[in-house]
Design a protein around this ligand. Sequence first.
Ligand code: NDP
Length: 292
Amino acid sequence: MQTAKILDGKALSAKIQQELSTAITKVQSQIGRSPGLAVLMVGDNPASAAYVRGKERACQKVGINSFGRHFPTNTSQAELEAEIAALNQDERVDGILVQLPLPAHLNSVELLHKIEPDKDVDGLHPLNLGKLVRGEAGLRSCTPAGVMRLLEEYKIELQGKQAVVVGRSILVGKPLALMLLEKNATVTVAHSRSHDLESICQTADILVAAVGIRELITREMVKPGAIVVDVGINRIVDADGNSSLIGDVHFESVSIVAEYITPVPGGIGPMTVAMLLQNTVSSYLKKVEIME
Ligand code: NDP
């Protein structure tokens, strides 16, 4: 029996997209063009291709031009760096995104460093990560920003609360821990070397799972009344070959004890896309500030 209320990322993402579309319409004639997002993809990883298609569709919906740059698997580091240099200079492009993971012969960190920080809509450039550490305004990574925006929408109090983030990746766990800290939560970060994950999770008023292990978080690990955010996306294929997505949280059992929970799909996935569009539009709107 589910008692937890749903943190509906899909609905909030739709609302944000509507707001962005209105904001774009307002300033488009002043700037003289639509916002632009360039998505670089290398190879033909089906999951990456699906994510890129989703991002391109969302761009189209809100009125952002998407410049797809799809390269074959054997593309060299130098070719990609040259493309990024060109996009950095391209005035039609407000945001540049490198779809990860890249094929093994490429150095993704080096590539991310080449993106102009003002166009780094994934918030992964060291300058933007450094601004996050310092609590300065800057482009924030989309998935953790999406988690924060969803919690804000539902007026979840963070100040003084015990937050546990399971996962410490540079893409999700680490930046999210800093964002929660910025909102005065007391933050614990757990990872694969943490001892007794269950006890750590049980302390959480706000529990975020960003691991990539299907249903790792079960009912016994969750404090009654906790807010549970599931970032994980695990693709499973059944005996008939049908694939579906499943989170890092055992939704059915955790829903009995949690106060709020995010579904998978329909939780943080759509929020990540919304934050990508928002970052692109905010870097586009800076042009108006420059013109004024
Ligand atoms: P990574 O693989 O980069 O990081 C996983 C983290 O989980 C690591 O810090 C790892 O610890 C930790 N971990 C692994 N096993 C355990 C364990 N048994 N107990 C505790 N911690 C563990 O993944 P990402 O951060 O990139 O992604 C995490 C999940 O979120 C994935 O399912 C991914 O698909 C999903 N995701 C979803 C997005 C969305 O839009 N909803 C966007 C991005 C990711 P250690 O550091 O010690 O190895």
